[in-house]
Design a protein around this ligand. Structure first.
Ligand SMILES: Cc1cc2nc3c(=O)[nH]c(=O)nc-3n(C[C@H](O)[C@H](O)[C@H](O)COP(=O)(O)OP(=O)(O)OC[C@H]3O[C@@H](n4cnc5c(N)ncnc54)[C@H](O)[C@@H]3O)c2cc1C
Length: 474
């Protein structure tokens, strides 16, 4: 193991970023302690398992799928999971105003499905698009401005305004255009129109999105529980149910890490700290200010006494009066997500910690989402009487207008601390997919290994204003 074994590294958080950092560091012979507040590893990529009356029901924090353009990462996952990695195909729809549209939007489907008034408005917008006012400074533009300049006012009003408002809990004109720039599968109105044209070989002008993806037999989290087991077998010290409570800073270094486990406060000195904890939380543990916020989600899962609900991976629920933003059927990803002959519905309900939705008793929430399901045409008499739920307090980094400045200020406050490396989706306050979080974890480990400062590179990793999925297709 060479000299590295005398160096003690603390990795905070055992989501994809923390696990990958710990894995690479251990490969290089470092002594690694991995801290995780939950009882299981995986972070937001974990899969929940509930023992129902009819057998086990499983669901992710929002139905994940693995896509990446990084061949080494793909090979790593393939090797790790072997036969347990299934291949699935994505099919998604938008439910709005009693109609069902393809996702992403395309012209043939719009022509077939949309009311005439909507089509007339969208066509007028398309013709006027070249003359429409574009936001001059993308970095300062709002989501509402960006979408209207790409899709026109009609589609914005119909498909984006209400959905975005309920997802983020703020008016889309207070949301940064950054989110639009990286929004999953966001194709502009010209692309919507181009979809009418026959595909020519080499015609790459129509942006595409990932249809095929990898998914493990027992849920997305299986990737990370398998990785966690491998880490422990290779000598990483994994402390679960261990919540980081404080970081002691002396000058430009973190000297000690404090955590709570089994009701006891404990602490230990480390040479280097990699934190994948939310950026504001890491700042708080160091006594530093940070004005960044997250949007939370409650995930409500109910068994359904039938084998399949639909062939959709995701159903985006655009109507503002429907509480949830997405409906999914975990069984669409893998048949092992529900007992044989049964399926389940899973709804993602956005909220803020402490608000009425966050605090609503599960029975009340079930009643409300069941009414919504009935209005969407689901036969709710087939719902089983069990309800399973999970919550994520840090589901989405809230990219409200001006957040870039507040994020930069937080990063600047942390930069003087030479032995602290922030990493991952939460640690860098970025709306990124799993593969990017894993790459960030590897970059953090590389920095410990070769001493080359990669902290700015990690914060900006894959930060291009491009559609995430077009650069991340497996
Ligand atoms: C609804 C939803 C759907 C998504 N779908 C997809 C998808 O289909 N495909 C995809 O690739 N990505 C998807 N993502 C993104 C994916 O979940 C993240 O990119 C990924 O989980 C980021 O990994 P991470 O390690 O950076 O952070 P996390 O997974 O959040 O891990 C951070 C870890 O730190 C731990 N922690 C926090 N505070 C403390 C503390 N004080 N002490 C100890 N431990 C602590 C947490 O418990 C957690 O385990 C989705 C995200 C959401 C919210």
């Amino acid at each position: 193991m060479g000299d590295n074994s005398s160096k003690k590294i603390a990795v905070l958080g055992a989501g994809p970023a923390g696990l990958m950092a710990a894995w690479r560091l251990r490969q290089a012979g470092f002594t690694v302690t991995l801290f995780e507040q939950e009882a299981v590893v995986g972070g937001m990529c974990a899969t929940q398992r509930f023992a129902g009356k009819d057998g086990d029901y499983r669901f992710d924090y929002g139905g994940h799928r693995f896509i990446t353009k990084n061949p080494e990462l793909l090979a790593f996952i393939d090797e790790l999971m072997g036969e347990d990695l299934l291949h699935a195909e994505r099919k998604s729809v938008i439910r709005f105003g009693g109609r069902t549209y393809d996702y992403p939007l395309n012209l043939p489907n719009l022509l077939k499905t949309a009311p005439l008034s909507l089509m007339a408005g969208a066509m007028k917008d398309l013709l006027l698009l070249p003359f429409a006012k574009k936001p001059s400074d993308f970095a300062k533009a709002s989501f509402a401005e960006w979408i209207q300049s790409h899709f026109g006012r009609t589609l914005y009003r119909q498909f984006f305004e209400g959905y975005t408002g309920k997802l983020w809990g703020i008016n889309p004109d207070r949301l940064s255009a950054d989110w639009a720039g990286q929004r999953i599968s966001l194709i502009d109105l010209k692309d919507v129109a181009r979809r009418l044209l026959p595909r020519r070989k080499g015609n790459l002008s129509v942006r595409t999105y990932a249809r095929k993806y990898r998914y493990p037999k027992y849920g997305f989290g299986q990737i990370f529980t398998t990785l966690g087991e491998r880490l422990v077998a290779e000598g990483v010290e994994l402390k679960t149910s261990a919540t980081i409570s404080r970081l002691d800073r002396v000058g430009d270094r973190i000297e000690r890490v404090h955590w709570q486990q089994d009701g006891l406060e404990q602490s230990e000195a480390f040479d280097q700290v990699i934190s994948t904890l939310p950026l504001p939380l890491t700042c708080q543990h160091l006594g530093l200010p940070c004005e960044l916020h997250y949007r939370a989600l409650r995930f409500v899962n109910m068994p359904l006494n039938q084998e399949n609900l639909s062939d959709n991976t995701w159903q985006y629920l655009s109507d503002p009066h429907i509480l949830a933003t997405r409906l999914q059927e975990p069984r669409r990803r893998s048949p092992f997500m529900a007992p044989a002959g049964k399926t389940s519905v899973m709804l993602e309900v956005p909220c803020n910690p402490g608000d009425a939705t966050w605090q609503a008793p599960l029975a009340t929430l079930r009643e409300r989402v069941s009414q919504d399901l009935a209005s969407l045409g689901v036969d709710t008499s087939r719902l089983g009487d069990e309800t399973f739920e999970a919550r994520s307090e840090y589901a989405y980094p809230l990219m409200d207008l001006g957040y870039q400045g507040r994020r930069d200020a937080a990063i600047q406050r942390l930069m003087p601390i030479g032995n602290l490396i922030m990493s991952g989706r939460q640690g860098t306050f970025r709306y990124i997919f799993t593969d990017t979080a894993m790459e960030m974890g590897l970059m953090a480990a590389d920095m410990v290994i070769d001493g080359v400062d990669r902290r700015h590179a990690i914060f900006n990793h894959r930060n291009e204003n491009t559609v995430i999925e077009t650069q991340s297709v497996a």
